[in-house]
Design a protein around this ligand. Structure first.
Ligand code: TRP
Length: 337
């Protein structure tokens, strides 16, 4: 019997980058290979509509992220890969949960609060530019998780609050209507979030990412752009706060890390350190890039995989939603709950 249901999603609002790879895709694929785990990985395209209302971008990003999962080695026999918007149970459940969720709970969500704070700093309208989508974002995310009774949800640190909210909402439902939902547990990645070109967290919203699959030359060029201090070759360098060292670490073996640490102490020049970083990253993703380029020319094949994923995923969400509907009183006349 498979006991562990692991689920995570990536918002489809840009090209997949090294941070997505190291923080989400690589560990998720490794996990999907172990026995006794049902792995559910999805393209969070409904979430992307919250921030990006550019249909081309949403569509393109969704395709790129699906292709990246496959190019990185996800085996659709071992993990269920699907598109959020292909699962009608997610939106159904979102509404049912919305009716149980206290507005006060949503008032406390970090993403919403940050937007209000920014508005208050800039103009007098706290609601400026804030949609109900942004406000209700944690409920959609709860539905993503609860629709499959996932019990392990690996995410970045910034998502921990959303997981607490999902547990809260599940508990409220279970208390009121009966125990249908598993309380999901958050798993925060051990590897720190990767830094980007400017030294801040690598994120699409900062525009400082290194995309996972750019041509080799472009990858080198981007790595050469990583911000460093102005120490000269020959001067000892600290590995702390070094974006180059941090990304290197995420790809290197223990031996390679020790060697790089020594090179820093001995004053390796930034250009050389960047070259070594490029070579290391390129060695790991070179073959994947070839697969990515090949798969990119075959959207119909990827669509087929995604549809098969949705069908598999729905074998879990459909029966669960039937129970949920019955539990809240939405069932056929004359039928027993
Ligand atoms: N909100 C998550 C992020 O921005 C993506 C996401 C959406 C997610 N739904 C999820 C992650 C459900 C885990 C489980 O990173």
């Amino acid at each position: 019997m498979k006991q562990e249901v692991v689920l995570t999603g990536i918002t489809t609002s840009g090209a997949p980058h090294l941070g997505n790879y190291v923080g989400a895709i690589r560990p998720a694929i490794a996990r999907s290979r172990s026995a006794n785990v049902t792995s559910l990985y999805f393209l969070a395209d409904y979430h992307s509509l919250i921030k990006a209302q550019d249909p081309k971008l949403t569509h393109q990003s969704s395709f790129e992220i699906a292709t990246a999962w496959l190019a990185c080695g996800l085996d659709p026999e071992q993990a269920i890969l699907y598109r959020q918007s292909d699962i009608p149970e997610i939106t159904e459940l979102t509404w049912i949960l919305t009716c149980l969720t206290a507005k006060g709970l949503m008032n406390r969500a970090h993403a919403y609060k940050a937007a209000v704070d920014e508005n208050q700093a800039q103009n007098n309208d706290p609601d400026f530019g804030i949609t109900m989508g942004l406000y209700s974002y944690p409920i959609l995310m709860s539905a993503d998780i609860l629709a499959f009774n996932a019990n392990k949800v690996p995410v970045g640190k910034d998502q921990v609050q959303h997981l607490e909210m999902a547990r809260d909402v599940a508990q409220r439902f279970n208390h009121h209507y009966g125990e249908l939902f598993t309380l999901p547990e958050v798993e925060v990645a051990e590897t720190p979030l990767l830094s980007g070109l400017d030294g801040r967290k690598m994120s699409k919203s900062y525009g400082n990412t290194i995309p996972l699959f750019v041509p080799e030359k472009k990858l080198r060029k981007l790595i050469m752009k990583i911000k460093t201090n102005s120490l000269e070759p020959g001067e000892a360098k600290s590995t702390e706060d070094s974006t180059i060292f941090q990304i290197y670490q995420a790809f290197a073996t223990d031996d390679e890390i020790a060697q790089m640490r020594a090179a820093f102490a001995e004053g390796i020049g930034w250009g050389d350190a960047k070259q070594k970083l490029f070579e290391l990253v390129n060695a790991e993703i070179g073959e994947m890039r070839e697969r990515y380029e090949d798969l990119s020319t075959r959207p119909a094949q990827i669509e087929e995989i995604i549809q098969a994923g949705a069908a598999k995923a729905r074998t879990i969400s459909q029966p669960l939603l039937e129970k949920v509907r019955a539990a809240v009183g939405l069932h056929a006349f004359g039928s027993q709950k």
